[in-house]
Design a protein around this ligand. Structure first.
Ligand SMILES: [Zn+2]
Length: 302
């Protein structure tokens, strides 16, 4: 696969305009133990608590990060097709509870289109959009759903068009989440709902992972994982996702931090096994104390 090229631009916080940014550490390149990705300086905005690289890395020339369907979904995300459709059905059932009906649904960043297919099978009027032409073709050809290629802003849906919109593990990939959330507010009907799931960047995993590197004398951080190919641009937590959605006119219905397993590669040496035991302990503690690395939020357009 050809290598993505990057260019870097210094920026204030793109969520709140804040200039007071706290340096957390480096990630990627020689600040990654397998040398994956591009070396970035990771900061946290002191006003809204959003985490992002500064300077911000932008794809230079063609953006080839999402051009290989098999690579991203099978090697990076490791999601299986049927499981994704079943998960989609649970999501739509929750949306129906919020709305008390099945309406017009849009999946932003629909990938291969499994959730759109789940919605269709349940009787919703459903479609998706994704920046990747390759994923959209797959969604249409393999899953038989309506999908359009482009950013949400490019597609330019009519005002008050949808009852329900989801961003399933998408918002952390966007270069301008504030602009996208403003656009979502425009296209969702009054009273309609939005679902956003994203990693919790203030989980115990980041606390202990960053501390672990600090203790070994490195200024590396585990935020914004996966580091390679810079898939994750912005990192949120329950408080920063609330800030982002509320400032665009959404009311938070609920934010749930939920347990799961960390996808940290395990190494087979003695040190690697000890590290594995440490990761398992952190994982158990995270799940016990509600500081897990996964979260979702339901919000309503007022
Ligand atoms: Zn900010």
């Amino acid at each position: 696969m050809p290598k993505q090229e990057w260019e870097f631009q210094s920026r204030d916080c793109m969520i709140c305009g804040g200039k007071d940014l706290k340096f957390l550490g480096h990630r990627g390149g020689d600040a990654h133990r397998q040398g994956l990705g591009e070396k970035c300086r990771i900061v946290k905005c002191k006003r809204c608590h959003t985490i992002f690289p500064n300077p911000m890395p932008y794809p230079k020339g063609e953006d080839i990060r999402y051009s290989d369907v098999g690579d991203y979904f099978e090697n990076v995300m490791r999601v299986d097709h049927d499981g994704h459709i079943e998960g989609g059905k649970l999501l739509l059932a929750a949306a129906e509870k919020y709305l008390s009906f099945k309406g017009d649904y849009l999946d932003v960043g629909c990938g291969r289109g499994e959730v759109v297919r789940a919605a269709k099978e349940l009787g919703w009027s459903a479609s998706g959009c994704d920046i990747s032409e390759e994923y959209v073709n797959y969604a249409r050809d393999v899953n038989g759903v309506e999908a359009v290629a482009g950013t949400l802003e490019d597609v330019n849906f009519p005002e008050d068009r949808f009852d329900f919109v989801s961003l399933v593990e998408v918002i952390e990939h966007l270069y301008d989440p504030k602009r996208t959330v403003d656009e979502l507010r425009r296209i969702i009907k009054p009273g309609g709902v939005l679902y956003v799931s994203t990693p919790n960047e203030e989980s115990i995993y980041q606390t202990f992972g960053n501390l672990y590197y600090r203790l070994t004398g490195k200024d590396w951080v585990v935020n914004l994982c996966p580091t390679w190919n810079l898939y994750h641009i912005f990192g949120f937590s329950p408080r920063s996702i609330r800030y982002l959605l509320e400032q665009s006119g959404f009311r938070i219905e609920e934010t749930v931090v939920y347990p799961g397993t960390f996808s940290v590669p395990r190494r087979n040496s003695i040190a690697g096994k000890l590290e594995g035991l440490g990761i398992d302990a952190v994982e158990k503690a995270a799940n016990l104390f509600g500081k897990s690395p996964f979260m979702y939020t339901w919000a309503r357009k007022l």
